[in-house]
Design a protein around this ligand. Sequence first.
Ligand SMILES: Cc1ncc(COP(=O)(O)O)c(C=O)c1O
Length: 343
Amino acid sequence: MSTCQPHTLTQTSDLGLLEHYVKKILAAPVYDLAVRTPLQVAPALSALLGNQVLLKREDLQPTFSFKIRGAYNKLVQLTEAQKARGVVTASAGNHAQGVALAARQLGIKATIVMPCSTPELKVVGVRSRGAEAVLHGVSFPFALAHALQLAEASGCTFVSPFDDPDVIAGQGTVAMEVLRQQQGPLDAIFVPVGGGGLIAGIAAYVKYLRPQVRIIGVEPEGSSCLLAALQAGERVVLPSVDPFADGTAVAQVGAYGFEICRQYVDEVITVSNDQLCSAIKLIYDDTRSITEPSGALAVAGIRNYVAQTGLQGQTLVAINSGANINFDSLRHVAERVAAQVVS
Ligand SMILES: Cc1ncc(COP(=O)(O)O)c(C=O)c1O
């Protein structure tokens, strides 16, 4: 487990930054489209790990991931002129579906660039919601470069999947729900990290209201861009990213998110692809629901963290962030779990 503890909170922390985001989060009209998802006890996982584990079921959103929150919050705040010109975005697939649904709801034309490796069901999820899907590049950074060019050439507004204050605020509504749903003990929230929008929104809200709750980021070993940035003290570009956890296969953390994370995220840990496969099974055992690899990051992170630290008797929240996995990929997940049991 790689780990980084960037900062201990002090009285001198930049509360103005947090307050700015908390106000935006409270004002975000995400429930025009998003739903308030359950925060549900995972009994088997809790017994296995000796801690109460609560799952925030963002896989139950209309697009099967939390991304609808940030996408809608961004699009709804565009000016009428911007709405008339349309939007362009780049996405590993879940933001894409959020933008597509939000754009349809608001009558905005949307063009969405996704890497060629994007799972088929995410491409179908975009097209079936009326947006134009352009498949470009081997991974997210190439799709992003192409989307920026398209936006420049067309005059459409570029909607970042994570590096935008309105997107971050939309994602932060997850934390608003968690704190309302769990008013009793709450020791830590484990958050999957791609470009850092979700964890930034969650950290901003939680550290303003309940700063003693630890915020722990979880990244795949093959795309740990937040950990690399915290260790370097600045945003770095990873030379390559592993596409297995496609939703979080990002080479560079966003600038807005990093400003929050470097001050308010307590720790960042990484997990292997095999640990993600095991976590998908553990979530299935408890809920009979399937998560995608990125959606299982938080549970994989809790499991690693408890094994490494011996933590017991605490209340730990895992953000189950998405469920968009191709059905036939489940064969690979099951094989990796079986191989770990044998070895
Ligand atoms: C399922 C899932 N989990 C987590 C994330 C990470 O979100 P962020 O890029 O805001 O860090 C993503 C991003 O697309 C995702 O699709």
